[in-house]
Write a protein that binds this ligand. Structure first.
Ligand code: TRP
Length: 358
């Protein structure tokens, strides 16, 4: 049986951080390692250009950075095809067909777009390319016939819009060649949208509240030790809140019972530790030291793999080139099917030739 297909991707606008890791990278690696799927991962440089047209250098700088992050977390290029979006012709062509199936008002209602427009202060200066990137993202997903898209929940509106395009396409052109994708979300809320070290709603490069996968041991420690906690927890003896407290959100996302055994044996598990904090008598310093130990243990193998791969940048470029070539082929096949479903493959369509040429 053919394997079901996974596709997801990232904009190469900076190195990847813990938010990416728990939001999507961990799911990708876990799904890859089941051996049940054929995964494709896209470096979405075209999408990154939609709001960085004046700064392509930023994107250039991050193509190999993101590739390194992928390999560092355990994506295996012999199983997962890693590709560069801008070099895949079908991804430019499909949006031309899809854009006729989407209304302007539907795009304007896309919550992700709405939010991003607000964040960037675009208003009427909105680049057309940015406004329409959900259509391009629908092409990314459908070109590979992906069934599963591992993402954080901020991407749900994109998947929804893709499903609508698929269903409109298949209905209008009376075919079933496009596949309706499903999002694969992380299983805990803490992971869906990891808060920043400042307790801000989201870890985000532009907010300067990130821990990067490539951060060294000292940097991680310093970021953890200066993290926000519960502002009402002033003295050790005060009762504290664990909800909305970044330290506990990170512990939710990263700690295991073995970590307690190894670093903080006075508690059995996180539930017990939280209980103590909420009652009062557990200081922030102690919690942060534990979190630092947990994070260092978690990140050490990732850092080590990154260092290894970093030694051979030529190899990284080779991986991208090969992956991109594979993707050109797979997506080209979908493009032909799309054209033939619409009935515009004039030079090869026997029915067309019989009726209008002969
Ligand atoms: N929009 C995604 C992000 O901002 C990146 C992306 C581009 C993507 N194409 C995709 C994600 C296709 C999933 C599927 O991170």
């Amino acid at each position: 049986m053919e394997k079901e297909i996974i596709l997801t991707g990232d904009r190469p606008t900076g190195p990847l951080h813990l938010g990416h890791l728990v939001g999507s990278l961990r799911t990708r690696v876990a799904m890859q390692n089941t051996g049940k799927y054929k995964p494709y991962i896209m470096i979405a440089d075209l999408q990154a250009l939609t709001d960085n047209a004046d700064n392509p250098e930023k994107i250039r700088q991050n193509i190999l950075e993101v590739t390194l992050d992928y390999l560092a977390v355990g994506l295996d290029p012999s199983v997962t095809t890693i590709l560069v979006q801008s070099h895949i012709p079908a991804l430019y062509q499909l949006p031309m067909y899809y854009s006729n199936l989407v209304t302007v008002s539907r795009l304007e209602r896309n919550p992700t777009i709405k939010n991003e427009i607000k964040q960037r202060g675009f208003e009427r200066n909105l680049p057309v390319g940015f406004m329409t990137y959900p259509i391009s993202q629908a092409a990314d997903i459908t070109a590979f016939k992906a069934k599963y898209v591992p993402v954080g929940d901020d991407q749900l509106p994109m998947i929804e819009q893709t499903r609508e395009i698929v269903s409109a396409f298949n209905r209008i052109y009376k075919c079933d060649i496009l596949v309706e994708p499903e999002a694969v979300l992380p299983d805990s809320n803490s992971c869906n949208r990891l808060v920043g070290t400042d307790g801000g709603t989201k870890m985000s490069k532009s907010l300067g509240n990130c821990i990067y996968l490539k951060d060294d041991e000292k940097t991680v420690k310093q970021k953890v030790m200066s993290m926000f906690t519960d502002p009402e927890h002033i003295n050790v003896s005060d009762p504290g809140h664990t909800e909305n407290n970044p330290v506990f959100i990170y512990l939710d996302a990263f700690s295991s019972n073995e970590d307690f055994e190894e670093f903080l044996p006075e508690y059995h598990d996180l539930a017990e530790m939280k209980e103590h904090y909420e009652k009062g008598g557990l200081g922030d310093m102690k919690c942060k030291k534990f979190l630092n130990n947990v994070m260092q243990k978690y990140l050490a193998p990732i850092r080590k793999r990154r260092e290894e791969y970093e030694k051979d940048k030529g190899y990284l470029l080779e991986i991208l080139k090969k992956g991109t070539e594979q993707a050109v082929e797979v997506t080209g096949e979908t493009l032909s099917q799309v054209r033939s479903a619409i009935g515009i493959d004039y030079f090869t369509d026997k029915d067309f030739i019989d009726r209008f040429v002969k």
